[in-house]
Design a protein around this ligand. Sequence first.
Ligand code: BES
Ligand code: ZN
Ligand code: ZN
Length: 504
Amino acid sequence: MFKVAFSLPSIPTKNAAVITVAAGQKLGEEGLKLDRKLGGVLKRAMASSSFTGADKQTLVIVTPAKSRLTRLVLIGIGDPSKVDALKYQQIGGYAYAALSGKDVQAVLIIDHYKALALSAEEAAANAGFGARLRSYRFDKYRTKLKPDQKPSLKSLVVMTAKNIKAKEIYDRLDKIADGVFFTRDLVSEPANIIYPETLAEQCITLKSLGVQVDVLDEKQLKKLGMGALLGVAQGSVRPARLVVMSWQGDPKETSKRPVVFVGKGVTFDTGGISIKPAPGMEDMKWDMAGAGAVIGALKAIAGRKAKAHVIGVVGLVENMPSGSAQRPGDIVTTMSGQTVEVLNTDAEGRLVLADALWYAQEKFNPRFIVDLATLTGAIVVSLGHEYAGLFSNDDALATQLTNAGKNVDELLWRMPMSDAYDKQIDSPAADMKNIGGREGGSITAAQFLKRFIKKNTLWAHLDIAGMAWQAKDKAVCPKGATAFGVRLLDQFVATSCEKEDEQG
Ligand code: BES
Ligand code: ZN
Ligand code: ZN
């Protein structure tokens, strides 16, 4: 386990050290001290390199013979008057990546600059958070890793003048990282390990944080009339589950309408009878990333004891072809009473969400409902891997979510919704069909979901198909499962639910 700690600045004399440098090769107070102590090696190294102190740059310096430092890394922050919390998270991430060779212990000196745009304690806490986020690994099935293939770094001490305050800020961020790691684990697990029943068991572990968890089995789902969700599950030997996780952290009003997050939890999506092509099908183990984000967000929110009433609902199914699988052309009746002609069994996420969304509204009368789903390949065509698609029936909610996303670097781009698209999903045989053709594929999927949203419900849908998994390392997220949505939902709760609650 990798640990982050905080201390007052002191000149490092052993192990590895990373120190921040501002644009123009400007050393701060601590950097100047260290440079003096080491006989000017920092300035000399910078002078003979292309390292300018611009952000994202690093420079590894060979340490002088008389020093017991194993390694010294300079890391650029750019213009100190322009840095924000996100920038320091990235700095922490880059610092971790620059170190994780042979070093077991290291210090990260967050140097002081007069022009620094945020407080020293905020900067240090966020750097620690970024380092921890970057330290994530999913190695549990790699039994033959040699010691030098495993991460060596066990502890990073972040040095800052206001170390106690930094630790306080970090402790809250650390709970969010716990939620992110939980989601990354769930999404990384293969589908023979994580399927509806075992994913439900993982939800149950949140009870230890004070989350109330109820698992509904197929008998109960049938009684509720969830014909669409059950239709998707019927081809698999793994029975479906719907899990409700409730965090009641609002001390004032227990009856206050909750905010509800709903997640698509298709633990494996073969496409069903409308089967997907073989290449890349293994990616569909992460077709539960929407549910994964909701589960991790609840872990973060409960972990940091958010003063809000938050409910997570996840619909868990496996989409398989078999003798009992649903067929193209089948007509299913949803919990809402509306019927759906299933023309393509691979458009299954919307069927699962249709029943989960309806259930959430009937049962909880939510103040807001936000669903997350790896719903369409079409959103990846539209937005690539930089933004998730945001669809909403409410401008204010859309703005709040967009801002929450900007705050945590989980970006959303609002997509249009209009009844004009509805004709694409009208069916001659039932109330609607589950596909709307190639054109505007992510929009017709959202229009489909909207048919299961009640008139006065404030709703948003996040299509995260392009964001749940990444092929390359990023500053605060190694390649693989990203846990996109966890930090965003946590931030949304902090700014749109807790703050409002405070005002009464
Ligand atoms: N899970 C997929 C969407 C997906 C695709 C997620 C790529 C992540 C990466 C979804 O269930 C699906 O198969 N959607 C179809 C819908 C189509 C049949 C209308 C799609 O996008 O092709
Ligand atoms: Zn599918
Ligand atoms: Zn799917």
